[in-house]
Design a protein around this ligand. Structure first.
Ligand code: AMP
Ligand code: GLY
Length: 424
């Protein structure tokens, strides 16, 4: 098979590596890809939002399957463009990707189908949002409706902060048109778990759980980032939690989408909070998590192409999705200063240490090859170092050891990825 992967981050590198393991994969392309992906796939300089050019490329190269890694093209309707041209593509169409693309939509869906989530109100009028805040309990959570690179969520402890937040989102349009509507919701406390799943429109198969570290600094201090590290599985995702989610959240979401005429095929990523009142949905995403994919996919036993085919064909009920009985930890090596401002262009040394090392992976996010053909830093998140271990503690020790194999100027990482497992 010829495969095209759309995206350019660590997640897409993990997808590409999973695809490369398949005996069915003969040739892998990635658009636009990055320097690390370029070692296992042919990178094509077409942007992820250039739907027509991507589809023309897929036609020209007789691509058998295109896998969309990122949220923006999914929400923008890339799948519809491919399907209209008779091209085989993995991911939800535009009508279904709204599950991630609009928080107002997903909150209304959960309310209508009684899927557990935080209490909320939707607003299109900033005056009404401000009036609502006058009587609301603090802390409170403000969410821009649309995609905002994971940054459109504000947790406000004081009324003044919340008022300023409404202004930023709805009037100053800090997150652009994503702020035309907003959700104001109840603040919840508890542990967060990421659960990814494959969906074929009716059947849902759950992958091994994971936990993400979103803040830049140790102890969950500092600004929100795209993700500074992950571990999988989450020891807090117990059998009891799993039973609850299967009963009230997972299938209920797939059925709700089908009932709305928005049959979902692809990945649903459930961002859950384990509250005192049981698990609740924080958010839905319509794609693999980044860096969740970097700890979940290396542990998946199935051929990823078989599972994706089954999602497209509607035969996922016949797939026995299996994960290794071990653990994985991913530590993001970032450029110091991320997510605000940072220098790029520093040479990366030590990548060869990962070659042929079973259970160790170095996923590229922001890297490129310089004119001399050497790998240099080219983004805030540079690399994701993943290691497996028999259990989480061993995986964490292995992953931190492997971070020492890599050197570049301004290398920054959190030192407490996976520390939560000590409380389990
Ligand atoms: P989201 O993009 O909706 O997942 O929100 C980003 C992050 O904000 C989540 O991972 C949580 O840490 C936090 N968050 C979102 N909604 C709530 C909530 N209702 N209560 C507490 N924290 C929240
Ligand atoms: N790691 C969170 C996300 O991919 O949205």
């Amino acid at each position: 098979m010829k495969i095209l992967i759309v995206g350019s981050g660590g997640r897409e590198h993990a997808i590409a590596m999973s695809v490369a393991k398949s005996s069915r994969a003969d040739k892998i392309y990635c658009a636009p890809g990055n320097a690390g992906i370029g070692q296992i796939a042919e990178c094509v300089p077409i942007g992820a939002m250039e739907f027509e050019r991507l589809a023309a490329f897929a036609k020209e190269k007789s691509i058998d399957l295109t896998i969309i890694g990122m949220d923006d093209p999914l929400v923008g309707g890339i799948v519809d463009v491919f399907e209209a041209k008779g091209l085989c593509v993995f991911g939800p169409n535009k009508a279904a990707a709204i599950l991630e693309g609009s928080k107002a939509f997903s909150k209304n869906l959960m309310k209508k189908y009684q899927i557990p989530t935080a209490a909320y109100e939707n607003f299109e009028d900033p005056e009404k949002a401000l009036a609502y805040l006058e009587t609301a309990k603090m802390p409170i959570v403000l969410k821009a409706d649309g995609l905002a690179l994971g940054k459109g969520v504000l947790i406000c402890n004081m009324l003044e902060e919340a008022q300023a937040g409404v202004k930023e989102i709805m009037l100053d349009k800090k997150f652009g048109p994503a702020g035309n509507q907003m959700v104001i919701e109840e603040f919840m406390t508890g542990r967060e778990v990421s659960v990814l799943s494959f969906v074929d429109g009716k059947t849902i198969k759950i992958m091994s759980s994971a936990q993400d570290y979103k803040r830049a600094k140790d102890g969950d201090q500092g600004l929100n980032t795209g993700g500074m590290g992950t571990f999988s599985p989450s020891p807090f995702y117990t059998k009891e939690v799993d039973d609850f989610c299967r009963k009230y959240i997972f299938q209920a979401t797939v059925d709700a989408m089908a009932a709305e005429g928005r049959s979902f095929k692809g990945i649903i990523f459930f961002g859950l909070m384990l509250t005192e009142d049981g698990p609740k949905v924080l958010e839905y995403n319509a794609r693999f998590g980044d860096p969740e994919a970097q700890v979940v996919l290396p542990r998946m036993k199935n051929d990823i192409l078989d599972v994706m085919d089954a999602c497209i064909d509607g035969t996922l009920d016949q797939v026995d999705l299996q994960f290794e009985d071990n653990a994985a930890v991913c530590i993001v090596l970032a450029s110091d200063g991320y997510p605000v401002s940072y220098q790029k262009g520093y040479e990366i040394r030590g990548l060869e240490n990962f070659e042929d090392k079973e259970g160790y992976y170095c996923f590229h996010a922001g890297t490129k090859l310089n004119d001399a053909g050497r790998f240099v830093t080219n983004g805030g998140r540079v690399l994701g170092v993943t290691a497996k271990g028999a259990d989480l503690k061993e995986a964490r020790a292995n992953a931190y050891k492997a971070t020492e194999w890599i050197e570049f100027e301004n290398k920054y990482m959190r030192q407490d990825i996976g520390k939560a497992i000590d409380d389990a």
